[in-house]
Design a protein around this ligand. Structure first.
Ligand code: C2E
Ligand code: CA
Ligand code: CA
Length: 650
C-alpha cells in the first residue's frame, strides 16, 4: 500500500511537472503575442517555435496519461502520440533554424521557392515518420512495446541538421546583431548538448523537454533585448546599438570598412515634405542598402544616416554597393503618390590601413559625420581614413575658436573693393569675414564657415555679418563713397533658413537702410527641391528690394540654363576659372565665350582673383564689367576701406 502511494505520488509529480512546463510555455506565448508590435518575419518564425513546442508538451501530457493509465492506451492513440512527438521534435528545430536566419535577415531577398527548399529535409523526415505505422522504418510497436526502426536516426539527423547548422551559422554571423544574440545561441547549444548526453546515458528524453523550455525562455528574452536595439522604420539596429556594440567592436573583428551613408537633404525633406513619404523613402532606401550590401551589418542612426560595416567574411563589394546606390538615387522614390529624391553623402572609413583604431574611431566617425558636403551633387563620396588625425583635431580646434570668437566678439568684417572696368572706379565692395583667433591665429572663412554650418553656429555668425554690414551702410553715405552696394555672402544654409527674410527685414528697420545698397551673394545648387525653396526665398527678398549676385561661377556644377532661373543681375566668375584662362588657351576661349554668353542674357560679370596688370587688361578687353582682386586691394578693415574709398575718389 505504501509502495503504491509512493508510485502514485511520483506519477502525480511527473504529470504536474509537465503541466508546469506547459503553463510556463503558454505564459511565454501569451507574453510574446502581447508584445507583438510588428509583424516581422522572425516573429512569425518564433511563433512557429512556440506553437510546435506547445503541441509537443500537450502531446507529452497525453503520453503520460496513457503510461499512467489515466487514459486507455489504444493502438491508434499510441501511434498518434509517437508520430506527433517525433514530428514536432523535428518541426520545432526547423522553425528554430528559420527563426535564426530571419532574425539575421537572411531571407530578405530569397524567393518563395527557395524558402520551400529550406523546409524540404523536414518534410521528408515527417513523411518517413508518418508512414512508420505501415513501413516500420522509424519506429514500431510489438506487443505494446516500442522499438526503433532502421531509419530512426533520420530524426536525430533532421534535428541536428537544423539545430546545429543554424546555430553554427548564427554564431558565425553573430556580429550582425547585439552581443546577447551570440551568447544566447551559445547557451542554447550548451543546453541541447546536455540533454543529448543525458539521453545517451539514461536513454530518456526527459531532459529534452526541460532544455527546450529553457532555450525558449532564453530566446524570448533575447528577442526583447534585440528589439530594443532595432529601429522601427528600417528594422536595422539603431543608434543605441551602434553606441553600445559597434564602436566597441571596431578593430576587434575582421572588419574591413565602415561606410557612413547620409541622406544629405534629409533636413530639408523633413521640413518640406510630409512625414510619411519621407519615412517610406528611407525605408525603401534601407531595403536597397541591405540588398546592395548583401548581409553586411547595417545600422540606422536616425535622421537619414546609415552605417554599414563590412567584414572580411561578408560577401560585400564596395564598387557594387556604391554603384548600385548611385544608380538607385538617380531616380526618385515613390510612395503614396509622392515622389522623393534623395541625395547621398558617403564617407568611407577603411579599417585595413590600421590608421583608424578602436580608440580613435569615434573621432573619425564624428569628423565624417560633420563633414561639409556640397548640396549640388546627388552623390558624394569621401574617404574618412585619408584624414590625418591632426585634421580631426583641427576640426575641433576650429569649432572652439568659433565659439571663442562669438563669445569674445573676435569676428571682424573686412571689405574688398570691386572696380568697374569702364570707369576704373570702385563701384562696390564685398564684405568678407575675418577670424583672428588668439590660439590658432588667422583662420580662413573657407575653413570655419563650413564647420559653423555643420554645428549650427552659422546663424550666430550670420547675425554678426548682417549687423556689421547694415551698420556700415547706415553709417556711411554710399553715393558719397561712390558705392552702388555692399555685397554680402550668404551660404547655402543661410539661404535656406526660413527666418532669413524676416531677419533681413528687421535689420532694414533697425538701421533704416535702403535694401538696394545691399547685394546678396548666393551660390547655385543642383538639387531640384532645394531650388524650389531657394526660388521662393529669393523672390521674397527681391520683393523687399535686394539684388543678387551669383557667386563662385565655375566651381562645381555650373549650368548656364540654371543661372537664368535665378533672379541675379551679376555673375561672379570664380578666381579658379579666371586664373586657368591665363594658363591654357582652351580655357581662355571658354572664358571669352562665357563672358559673351552672359552678356547676351543681360547679366553683368565680375572677375575675381585679379592679381596682375596683365590680367586686368585682358579681362577688360574681354568685356568683363567688374574686377576684384589683390591687384586693387586685399580685403581691408572698415577704417582702411573708408580711407581707400576716399583716396580712390580723388
Ligand atoms: P568668396 O565669396 O569666393 O570670396 C572671395 C575670396 O577670394 C576671399 O577669400 C578673398 O579674400 C579671396 N580673394 C579676393 N581676391 C583675391 C586675389 O586676387 N587672389 C587670391 N588668391 N584671393 C583673392 P576669403 O575672404 O578667405 O573668403 C573665402 C570664402 O569664405 C568666400 O569665398 C566665401 O565663400 C566665404 N565667406 C567669407 N566671408 C563670408 C561671410 O561673411 N559669410 C559667408 N556665408 N561666407 C563668407
Ligand atoms: Ca563671395
Ligand atoms: Ca567667389
Amino acid at each position: 500500500m505504501v509502495e503504491y502511494m509512493e508510485v502514485e505520488m511520483v506519477l502525480n509529480m511527473r504529470f504536474s511537472y509537465n503541466l508546469l512546463i506547459l503553463s510556463i510555455l503558454l505564459v511565454c506565448s501569451w507574453f510574446f503575442w502581447e508584445n507583438a508590435k510588428n509583424n516581422n518575419r522572425y516573429r512569425k518564425a518564433f511563433a512557429g517555435v512556440l506553437g510546435s513546442a506547445a503541441v509537443l508538451y500537450i502531446n507529452r501530457l497525453l503520453g503520460i496519461a496513457m503510461e499512467d493509465g489515466y487514459l486507455q492506451a489504444t493502438y491508434v492513440l499510441m501511434h498518434v502520440e509517437r508520430i506527433v512527438y517525433y514530428c514536432m521534435s523535428v518541426i520545432v528545430f526547423a522553425f528554430y533554424a528559420y527563426f535564426l536566419l530571419c532574425l539575421l535577415d537572411q531571407f530578405q531577398n530569397v524567393p518563395g521557392k527557395k524558402k520551400i527548399l529550406f523546409f524540404t529535409p523536414s518534410t521528408i523526415v515527417l513523411l518517413l515518420i508518418i508512414s512508420s505505422p505501415w513501413t516500420k522504418l522509424v519506429y514500431y510497436f510489438e506487443d505494446g512495446e516500442l522499438y526503433y526502426g532502421t531509419a530512426f536516426l533520420v530524426i536525430t539527423l533532421g534535428r541536428a541538421l537544423y539545430e546545429m547548422g543554424a546555430s553554427i551559422y548564427a554564431l558565425r554571423k553573430r556580429h550582425l546583431l547585439p552581443d546577447i544574440f551570440g551568447k544566447t545561441i551559445f547557451l542554447c547549444i550548451v543546453f541541447q548538448f546536455m540533454q543529448f548526453i543525458f539521453f545517451c546515458i539514461r536513454k530518456s528524453d526527459a531532459m529534452f523537454f526541460t532544455s527546450l523550455l529553457v532555450c525558449i525562455v532564453l530566446l524570448l528574452m533575447m528577442i526583447i533585448v534585440v528589439e530594443f536595439y532595432k529601429d522601427r522604420t528600417t528594422g536595422f539596429l539603431n543608434q543605441t546599438a551602434f553606441e553600445n556594440y559597434c564602436a566597441k567592436e571596431i578593430g576587434k573583428r575582421n572588419n574591413k570598412a565602415v561606410y557612413l551613408v547620409k541622406v544629405k537633404n534629409y533636413q530639408y525633406l523633413k521640413e518640406n515634405c510630409r512625414e510619411l513619404p519621407l519615412q517610406e523613402a528611407i525605408r525603401q532606401l534601407a531595403v536597397h542598402i541591405k540588398e546592395y550590401a548583401h548581409i553586411t551589418s547595417v545600422y540606422y542612426l536616425g535622421t537619414g544616416r546609415f552605417c554599414v560595416i563590412s567584414s572580411k567574411s561578408d560577401n560585400f563589394h564596395e564598387d557594387e554597393f556604391l554603384g548600385r546606390l548611385e544608380q538607385r538615387i538617380s531616380e526618385p522614390f515613390e510612395s503614396n503618390g509622392f515622389s522623393v529624391s534623395l541625395q547621398l553623402f558617403i564617407a568611407i572609413m577603411n579599417l585595413e590601413s590600421g590608421k583608424i583604431k578602436k580608440e580613435n574611431f569615434h573621432k573619425y566617425f564624428i569628423a565624417c559625420d560633420d563633414m561639409k558636403y556640397r548640396m549640388n551633387k546627388p552623390m558624394e563620396i569621401i574617404h574618412g581614413d585619408h584624414f590625418g588625425i591632426d585634421q580631426i583635431q583641427r576640426y575641433h580646434d576650429v569649432e572652439e575658436a568659433i565659439e571663442r570668437a562669438l563669445v569674445e566678439k573676435e569676428f571682424k568684417m573686412f571689405y574688398q573693393p570691386i572696380i568697374s572696368t569702364q570707369t576704373g572706379k570702385m563701384v562696390s565692395a564685398e564684405a568678407l569675414l575675418r577670424l583672428n583667433d588668439r590660439v590658432l591665429g588667422f583662420v580662413s572663412p573657407e575653413e570655419f564657415i563650413p564647420i559653423s554650418e555643420n554645428n549650427g553656429k552659422i546663424h550666430e555668425i550670420s547675425d554678426f555679418v548682417m549687423e556689421s554690414v547694415f551698420r556700415f551702410v547706415s553709417e556711411h553715405d554710399m553715393e558719397e563713397m561712390g558705392l552702388d552696394f555692399i555685397e554680402m555672402n550668404l551660404s547655402m544654409v543661410q539661404c535656406m533658413d526660413k527666418h532669413l527674410p524676416d531677419k533681413l527685414k528687421s535689420y532694414i528697420e533697425k538701421y533704416d537702410v535702403n535694401p538696394k545698397h545691399v547685394n546678396l551673394e548666393i551660390t547655385e545648387t543642383a538639387s531640384n527641391m532645394d531650388e524650389e525653396r531657394l526660388q521662393i526665398q529669393l523672390m521674397k527678398m527681391r520683393k523687399m528690394g535686394f539684388t543678387f549676385s551669383l557667386d563662385d561661377y565655375g566651381t562645381g556644377y555650373s549650368n548656364l540654363v540654371r543661372v537664368l532661373e535665378y533672379p541675379v543681375d551679376i555673375v561672379k566668375l570664380d578666381k579658379t576659372i579666371v586664373w586657368s584662362a591665363f594658363h591654357d588657351r582652351d580655357n581662355f576661349v571658354t572664358l571669352k565665350n562665357l563672358i559673351s554668353m552672359f552678356h547676351d542674357v543681360r547679366r553683368k560679370l565680375v572677375a575675381e582673383g585679379v592679381e596682375s596688370e596683365a590680367q586686368r587688361d585682358t579681362l577688360k578687353e574681354l568685356g568683363c564689367d567688374y574686377l576684384q582682386g589683390y591687384f586693387y586691394s586685399k580685403p581691408i578693415n572698415e577704417d582702411e576701406f573708408v580711407a581707400y574709398a576716399a583716396k580712390y575718389k580723388e
